[in-house]
Design a protein around this ligand. Structure first.
Ligand SMILES: C[S@@+](CC[C@H](N)C(=O)[O-])C[C@H]1O[C@@H](n2cnc3c(N)ncnc32)[C@H](O)[C@@H]1O
Length: 257
């Protein structure tokens, strides 16, 4: 979560920001830590900012059609999405992460009207009891699901699909190859984290629960405009798009139910 905070801060401080999240930059200044420990290499902030921007877009779209939605922002870390998206007064926003993370989040950000922090593992079924169930729900999980085991991930999606009348789930996932290549991911290895759950096909997600229908599965190289980035990134995107195994390495999913 520090790697993504740092990435958003670098983007905000760059001459031509993609996300322009100045609150992340201000927040980073409040934390005393060595950014080199995040494993982020020069230019990696592009992918952090592009992913956040893409999922912000889907979030805004859902909220435009559901002004009374409940948002479950799972594995929120120190993400400032609620400020970027700025939901209307009818929306109830929940930021959920592990207790240590929520403690730090509270210290750094304090309370915000319309949003509530929940300190819990997303795999614990009881946290959902704190959330109203009679409204459309949006689950947003950025940089989270591959840290769960497949069984825990399936149980989470099934619980949310079964717990609300209607809603949407948006998240990024790694393919099984992406999970196998995790040692090449500096942010993951530096955090001493382990990736578990790989997703190869949207049909695997639909098979978790009969209510889930995949509306979109967009490869990261197709999701954003790489043409304004450095030459290295343009080449990476061009290669990534043409080699099927790479184009599916990381995908944004949008499921309706
Ligand atoms: C890569 S960070 C992403 C943070 C944030 N979404 C962002 O994009 O900046 C992954 C986050 O998932 C959280 N996380 C991992 N496993 C979790 C679990 N079982 N329950 C809740 N949060 C979890 C971590 O604490 C961390 O904040």
């Amino acid at each position: 979560m520090l790697a993504t905070l740092y990435g958003r801060a670098l983007d905000a401080r760059s001459p031509d920001p993609i996300l322009g999240d100045t609150l992340s930059a201000e927040t980073l200044d409040k934390i005393n830590f060595d950014p080199t420990k995040t494993g982020l290499r020069p230019g990696d902030h592009y992918s952090v900012a592009m992913r956040a921007e893409f999922l912000d877009g889907w979030t805004r779209e859902f909220l435009a059609g559901h002004p009374n939605a409940v948002v479950l922002h799972l594995g929120c870390g120190l993400d400032t999405r609620v400020w970027r998206v700025s939901p209307g007064p009818g929306v109830s926003w929940y930021d959920i992460d592990l207790p240590d993370v929520i403690k730090l989040r509270r210290e750094l950000f304090g309370d915000r009207p319309g949003s509530t922090m929940i300190a819990s593992s997303v795999t614990d079924p009881t946290w959902l009891d704190q959330v109203p169930r009679d409204r459309p729900v949006l689950m947003v999980a950025e940089g989270l699901v591959y840290y769960l085991t497949e069984a825990d991930g399936h149980a989470l999606l099934r619980r949310i699909a079964g717990g609300f009348r209607t809603g949407q789930m948006i998240f990024d996932g790694f393919s099984r190859l992406g999970v196998r290549l995790q040692k090449l991911n500096g942010a993951v290895t530096k955090a001493e984290a382990t990736l578990h759950w790989g997703i190869d096909w949207p049909t695997e997600l639909e098979a978790i629960d009969y209510r889930l229908k995949c509306r979109d599965a967009v490869g990261v190289f197709d999701a954003s405009d790489f043409s304004t980035l450095t030459h290295r990134y343009q080449v990476l995107a061009a290669v990534g798009k043409t080699i099927p195994a790479l184009s599916h390495l990381s995908t944004y999913y949008r499921l309706n139910f």
